[in-house]
Design a protein around this ligand. Structure first.
Ligand code: 5AD
Length: 345
């Protein structure tokens, strides 16, 4: 009963105390939480599911994040960089397929000069598409130049707002700099996406509640939240992975706290659970990111295992599979660029 009151308060006021978030994250039967998130999703962002065409253009990375298969010291994966021409070709394919957003993602690869990236952005902008970048931590100046070239959005997960855990998992990186990046991006007028990994070793429900409070505080425009999936040849390869139910609770709570934002049902959720996309879409999500890169590269972009089956066209995140799935759920495919609607404030 207490929990029902909390859910109702969230659904009408979109605000709640940390202790209350923890209680909801611990719910034995979260069905009412999910239903409330689904109602709020429908009321604020409608039935459209926005597709964001993902191009993973380089898997080189200078960082050493403990959970990630692309970490620099992992010598077991073959590294690749796409040529600017190839990237633009993929974007054109996406445009022809009706996509309205291209997401350019890579490891933190210093090889690509900001100038080169700007030129790629300018070319893609000619296709009348929104551009999202997901290329890690950069200087304020670099972010400004990319914005000027036409980038519209930026994805940079905080991964965890627990500073101690953050420092443990990200040697040589700093929590302060990550927050600085997010602040810069907001200031520069990007739509800013952040989010967390759920189920990191040592992570508690209290920490996840803090993550949600942080998202609300910085007024995130997008939130990517997925399960941690242990990856071979990383320091966390033998750890337990994240729990699907907790991811769904995080999605639902995100939708209730920030009703008008864009929330993807993440690929990691779909890899962890065959029904992951469907479950995500029912718990507040309104975005999916089909991979529109080249098959030869898809299998090399190994953040975690299971992303790409032997036959890449069978991948859960192929454009065809995702379109079918959305329609099967009686949802519609977004036809516009799918910016945040900013209904509140
Ligand atoms: N499991 C799940 N997600 C991962 N990411 C990196 N490694 C893993 C993993 N092992 C996520 C991070 C990063 C995004 C691009 O991929 O959250 O921000």
């Amino acid at each position: 009963k207490d929990n029902d009151v909390l859910i109702e308060k969230l659904e009408t006021q979109h605000d709640i105390e940390k202790e209350e978030i923890v209680m909801l994250l611990a719910l034995k039967d979260p069905s009412k939480l999910y239903q409330a998130a689904d109602r709020v999703r429908r009321k604020y962002v409608g039935d459209d599911v926005h597709l964001r065409g993902l191009i993973e253009f380089s898997n080189y990375c200078n960082n050493t994040c403990f959970y990630c298969g692309l970490r620099g010291p992992n010598r077991t994966i073959k590294r690749y960089r796409m040529e600017p021409e190839e990237i633009i070709q993929c974007a054109k394919y996406g445009a022809a397929a009706g996509l309205k957003t291209i997401v350019l993602q890579s490891g933190e690869d210093k090889y690509f000069k900001i100038n080169t990236l700007c030129k790629i952005i300018e070319e893609i902008k000619k296709l009348d598409m929104a551009i999202t970048l997901s290329i890690g931590e950069l200087t304020t100046k670099d972010y400004a130049e990319l914005k000027k070239a036409g980038a519209d959005r930026y994805l940079l997960r905080i991964e965890t707002t627990n500073k101690e855990l953050y420092q443990k998992l990200h040697p040589g990186m700093s929590y302060e700099n990550r927050v600085r990046c997010l602040m810069d991006l907001k200031e520069l007028g990007y739509e800013v996406g952040t989010g967390s990994l759920v189920g990191l070793p040592g992570q508690t429900l209290e920490m996840l509640a803090d993550d949600l409070i942080f998202f609300k505080k910085i007024d995130a425009d997008m939130l990517g939240i997925g399960p941690f999936i242990p990856c071979e040849n990383t320091p966390l390869e033998r750890e337990k992975g994240g729990n699907v139910e907790i991811v769904l609770k995080m999605l639902a709570l995100s939708r209730l706290l920030l009703p008008d934002i864009n929330i993807p049902a993440t690929t990691a959720l779909a890899v962890k659970d065959k029904e992951g996309y469907i479950k995500g879409l029912k718990c507040g999500a309104n975005v999916i990111m089909p991979n529109i890169g080249k098959d030869e590269y898809k299998k090399l972009y190994k953040l975690y295992p299971g992303k790409v089956p032997d036959n890449p066209s069978e991948a859960v995140n192929s454009l065809e599979n995702i379109k079918k799935l959305i329609l099967s759920q009686n949802r519609t495919i977004g036809k516009d660029k799918g910016y945040r609607k900013k209904i509140l404030n």
